[in-house]
Ligand binder design. Structure first.
Ligand code: PBG
Ligand code: ZN
Length: 324
């Protein structure tokens, strides 16, 4: 058979495949999420997310130290099991567990560790919504005001970057202004710019105790059917001063990530969320799939679609087992 084009030539063996690989994933791209709760001496496994635990500040420090040795130098902190109230006051209290964790991490690891925090009210409000509620409506501007206070509490404690995940309108501009006014001109903002209302957050809500007590999040998180609106959300956050734009979840939204890559010069992050992680873990535990291969396939898909940064619960194990 006379065939001029034989694409298989560059797939002949591992050497040439490695040489022509278009996408690589590097540990420097990983951001590792941590759930931190009040108390001491606890590392409590989260059943819905095999391999992931709740930590207290002291056990967090130990775990981060091990992670750092593996090359995990960026963490994303979530506060859980704090006292809840109608407005979520604990979210912006400097005595809460996240500011305490930031101070301790910065004291011990300094510039060796990059500390990012999730900014949202849902783990702190009795109703479990990401903002303030009045007459069963989630208020926008009043919520933004509280979220700015929360971002300031984290910046004051020493966070390198804050990441608002609430999806209220105008919060990026308000946070940038609030941070700058208080002298935090170097605190970076990673916006959960395109966050879809998703069933893929299920295990996280169990882990964070942040499921909404009534209704759902569809009046603020995006409709999974909308791609143009996603671009609009992202462009607004760029104009408002975001340093990094995030798409979340990742796997079902790679088209959004790829299109956004064409439209912005900002660094892009994707959030490989809880159910995306747990589905792989559960399927692997059942012997249905090869966990290493499936994890690497997903991670490379994120990079191929355009993600610079990858927030993933897999990061620790990938590095521990030297899968990259
Ligand atoms: C809170 C928040 C959520 C996630 C990150 N921040 C859940 C939600 O919006 O209900 C999801 C993370 C995950 O599923 O891993 N605003
Ligand atoms: Zn929230």
């Amino acid at each position: 058979m006379e065939l001029l084009h034989r694409p298989r030539r560059t797939r002949k063996n591992a050497i040439i495949r490695e040489a022509v690989a278009e996408t690589r994933v590097h540990p420097a791209q990983f951001i590792y999420p941590y759930f931190v709760k009040p108390g001491r001496g606890m590392t409590d496994p989260i059943l819905a997310m095999p391999g992931i635990s709740h930590f207290t500040v002291d056990t967090l420090l130990k775990d981060v130290e091990v992670g750092l040795k593996l090359g995990l130098n960026k963490v994303l902190l979530f506060g859980v099991q704090e006292p809840k109230s109608e407005e979520g006051d604990a979210a912006w209290s400097e005595r809460s567990v996240v500011p305490s964790a930031i101070r301790e991490l910065k004291k011990v690891f300094g510039e060796d560790l990059y500390v990012i925090t999730d900014v949202c009210l849902c783990a702190y409000t009795t109703h479990g919504h990401c903002g303030l509620v009045h007459d069963h409506h989630v208020l926008n501007d009043e919520s933004v005001e509280r979220l700015v206070k929360m971002a300031l509490a984290h910046a004051t404690a020493g966070a390198d970057m804050v990441a608002p995940s609430d999806m209220m309108d105008g919060r990026i501009g308000a946070m940038r202004q609030g941070l700058d006014m208080h002298g935090f001109t170097n605190t970076a903002l990673m916006s959960y710019a395109v966050k879809f209302a998703s069933a893929y957050y299920g295990p996280f809500r169990e882990a964070a105790g942040s499921a909404p007590g009534f209704g759902d999040r569809r009046s603020y998180q995006m409709d999974a059917r909308n791609g143009r609106e996603a671009m609009r959300e992202a462009m607004l956050d760029e104009q408002e001063g975001a340093d990094i734009l995030m798409v979340k979840p990742a796997l079902a939204y790679l088209d959004i990530l790829a299109e956004l890559r064409q439209r912005t010069d900002l660094p892009l992050a994707c959030y490989n969320v809880s159910a995306e992680y747990s589905m792989v873990k559960v399927a692997a535990a059942a012997g249905l799939v090869d966990e290493r291969l499936m994890t690497l396939e997903n991670l490379h898909a994120f990079a191929r679609a355009g993600a610079d940064l990858i927030i993933t619960y897999h990061a620790r194990e990938v590095l521990e087992k030297r899968w990259l």
